[in-house]
Design a protein around this ligand. Structure first.
Ligand code: AMP
Ligand code: ZN
Length: 698
């Protein structure tokens, strides 16, 4: 057999090889870094397969940085199709005990009134991954992960491997043949143990916990691997649709379904064959019942075959849920009731004074590493100096640390009995944690503000500047790839920058001499900086790091005030009167914005903003008015924009949108090809508006 390849063939192969490499690298970069899919996944995969085949046949061609070597390490792998959720997937607010639960009820009472009868549904909070499933004509149509709440990943093929999940439901059982459900995918504890036992035998690293393992299994590109894990799912939410579709004009959310209580919707799902955790769901008549169930489960939380990290309580009546609505992050009609988290005893080695983005000094303890809720903990916050006094904690103490929810661990108690003991034959020497008088970084005299000790040197404190720039560069803000903490630190220590805007004045020659900055990294960084100038305005607003103005709030604000100066005018000129009309925006946020616009920082921001010619992309601008107050609209037929576009306009102007025509309907906004709603409106004498007329009214 002749294995030799002649010279000409070889150079053709090489050409082909590098063409495949560069195409794949380009697409992959676009996809991961810029979020642009230039080609279908199938095309990407076909190219990749071709490349792999070539490499197998001609190992001598393989380049050290071949894209095939990065596959699986998370950089270049092909990935799931991104997909929009029909209904945003929200998170839940947390309550950590009886008092918090009562506070939650008080907040509800303020909206619906104390007297309004209501029930609560008590459910367990399964510690898995949230999942959204859409069924069309009774068949599983699409399954998606939560992602960022708006856009998730299509994992339908993987969900199909869950044995307990009904994939097709007889139409005669269904109240609506189209619907969405929400639930939690998890790995049973038993299966987790088995998997780890296998891995131990094979000398592989063990998985940390069932949740991460489930997450890994669900996000496998090859459903066969998912199938080998024994994933299961429990569901807790139901949304009926008259017509479920992904083009917004197609989808019609149903409001006329026969189910008007959350508890009934769970029973209904159970009847259809979904796991809903029936035996652990309770309908509670009042908050006392909720509290006693919560306390009961706190004790027996480890008794189940799946992990739970708390309970969830929801208002049962769907019309009350609607009245309560949601904040920008979470529904008001539900809250998570977290169990008090795991605790561990460890030793305080030293205490650092950390200076935050806003100058707050936080005492942070360095600990003897300890395992807590599945992770190794080396540091814990003591929050502030009042807390230091309250706990009486000293360096050298043994302390109880606790991890609560997602928050970094905190010290909750000093073990005073241990003070009298000795460690390895030596008595422990205790050193007081003293309140510093001056900023540990810039030396400015600190100021006390309530419980917070603060460095007032906003403009000059290196620590604050560094934190601000790190935040500026972060993914959710200006998203400047390659500008991590180490680079920021160098830029600051070399005095190349003093504030985030200085980044945009950097030249190649400024960056090249820095440590670990090869020519390529310099160019990448410069390109990333340039790209960040084109970011939508709300990301810039978030990047400014104004207290309480996170990404969601920024988005909300930017949808009405699409530029810095318009926002300034509203906040300072109009005292934020109109800003406060936005749902989800309160006094606290306004106060913080006002504080920002009046600060020294803003003077600097404004100057640089103008000098550098920043001009961020606007989101669609919304106008607010009371024009439609007291009016109810129904929308039907094909219009020039999506239905939600018109819904937004109606709501922004104080009106309501309903999905069915009745005597109470004020107007039917009617596009082309309207059906029964138009007939009904005409029968009832409801005024019909064309899109043109509607726009005139606005
Ligand atoms: P968090 O991630 O702490 O904001 O909690 C919200 C998440 O809890 C939701 O996105 C769900 O994934 C999850 N969850 C688990 N069990 C339930 C339940 N019974 N009802 C609602 N959400 C639940
Ligand atoms: Zn300082």
């Amino acid at each position: 057999m002749n294995m030799s390849v002649n010279v000409q063939d070889l150079s053709l192969l090489k050409e082909k090889y590098s063409e495949l490499q560069s195409k794949l690298k380009h697409w992959s970069h676009k996809y991961y870094i810029e979020n642009i899919s230039e080609v279908e996944d199938a095309v990407y995969d076909a190219h990749l397969e071709e490349l792999k085949a070539l490499e197998t046949e001609h190992p001598d061609l393989v380049e050290a940085d071949s894209i095939t070597k990065t596959i699986g390490s998370g950089v270049y792998q092909t990935s799931f199709t991104k997909t929009y959720h029909l209904e945003k997937m929200m998170s839940l607010d947390n309550a950590f005990g009886e008092e918090d639960i009562r506070d939650w009820e008080n907040r509800i009472n303020r909206i619906i009134g104390e007297e309004t009868p209501r029930e609560y549904v008590f459910e367990l909070k399964i510690d898995g991954l949230s999942i959204a499933l859409d069924y069309k004509n009774g068949k599983l149509y699409r399954a998606a992960t939560r992602g960022n709440g708006k856009v998730g990943e299509d994992v339908t093929a993987n969900l199909m491997t869950i044995k307990s999940l009904p994939k097709e439901i007889p139409l005669e059982l269904l109240e609506k043949s189209d619907f969405s459900i929400r639930g939690e995918v998890y790995l049973p504890k038993e299966d987790f143990k088995k998997i780890n036992a296998e891995r131990e035998k094979e000398g592989l690293d063990l998985y940390a916990n069932p949740r991460n393992t489930a997450s890994g299994a669900l996000r496998q590109l090859d459903p066969k691997i998912t199938a080998a894990r024994n994933l299961d799912a429990i569901f807790y939410n139901y949304f009926p649709y008259n017509n479920l579709g992904y083009a917004e004009t197609e989808q019609v959310k149903s409001s006329s379904n026969s189910i008007n209580e959350h508890f009934n919707s769970l029973e209904y799902l159970e009847k259809l064959g979904f796991h809903v955790n029936k035996e652990h769901n309770h309908l509670c008549k009042n908050i006392e019942e909720v509290i006693s169930l919560y306390q009961e489960w706190q004790e027996k939380k480890d008794s189940l075959d799946f992990e739970i990290d708390g309970a969830v309580v929801k208002v049962n009546q769907l019309d009350l849920q609607k009245t309560l609505g949601e904040t920008s992050k979470a529904p008001r009609w539900a809250t998570a009731l977290k169990f008090s988290a795991e605790e561990a005893l460890t030793h305080v080695l030293s205490v650092d004074m950390e200076v935050g983005r806003t100058g707050a000094i936080t005492p942070v303890a360095n600990l003897e590493p300890v395992l807590l809720a599945g992770t190794t903990v080396k540091r814990a916050t003591i929050h502030n100096f009042d807390q230091v006094d309250r706990l009486g904690v000293k360096v050298g103490d043994f302390v109880l640390v606790r991890k609560a929810g997602e928050i970094i661990p905190e010290i909750i108690k000093v073990d005073e009995a241990k003070r009298r003991q000795s460690v390895n034959g030596e008595t422990i020497e205790l050193v007081d944690v003293t309140r510093p008088g001056h900023c540990p970084v810039c030396g400015t005299a600190l100021e006390q503000e309530d419980t917070i000790l603060r460095c007032p040197n906003i403009v000059g404190c290196a620590a604050q500047i560094q934190r601000r720039i790190e935040h500026w560069a972060s993914k959710k803000a200006m998203d400047i790839a390659g500008l991590g903490p180490a680079v920021v630190e160098q830029l600051l220590s070399e005095k190349l920058i003093k504030n985030p805007f200085d980044l945009y004045k950097l030249k190649f020659d400024d960056l090249a001499p820095l440590e670990r900055m090869a020519e390529k990294s310099v160019n990448n960084l410069l390109a990333a900086l340039e790209k960040s100038r084109e970011i939508p305005f709300h990301r810039f607003l978030h990047a400014l790091g104004i207290k309480h103005v996170g990404l969601n709030v920024s988005e909300l604000i930017a949808s009405v005030y699409p530029s810095l100066f318009e926002l300034e005018k509203e906040v300072l000129g109009n005292h934020g009167v109109d800003l406060l009309k936005l749902d989800g925006l309160g006094e606290k946020i306004l106060y913080s914005l006002k504080h920002f616009f009046e600060s020294e920082i803003y003077v600097q921001v404004k100057r640089d903003y103008i000098d550098l010619g920043f001009d961020f992309k606007e989101l669609v601008k919304r106008e607010l008015s009371d024009k439609f107050a007291g009016m109810t609209f129904v929308i039907t037929g094909t219009l020039s924009e999506s239905r939600s576009y018109f819904e937004k306009i109606i709501k922004d102007n104080g009106g309501k949108v309903s999905s069915s025509v009745s005597k109470k309907t004020s107007y039917l906004l009617c596009g082309d090809d309207a059906g029964s709603k138009l007939t009904k409106a005409q029968d009832l004498g409801v005024e019909v508006l064309s899109e043109e007329k509607f726009r005139e009214m606005v």
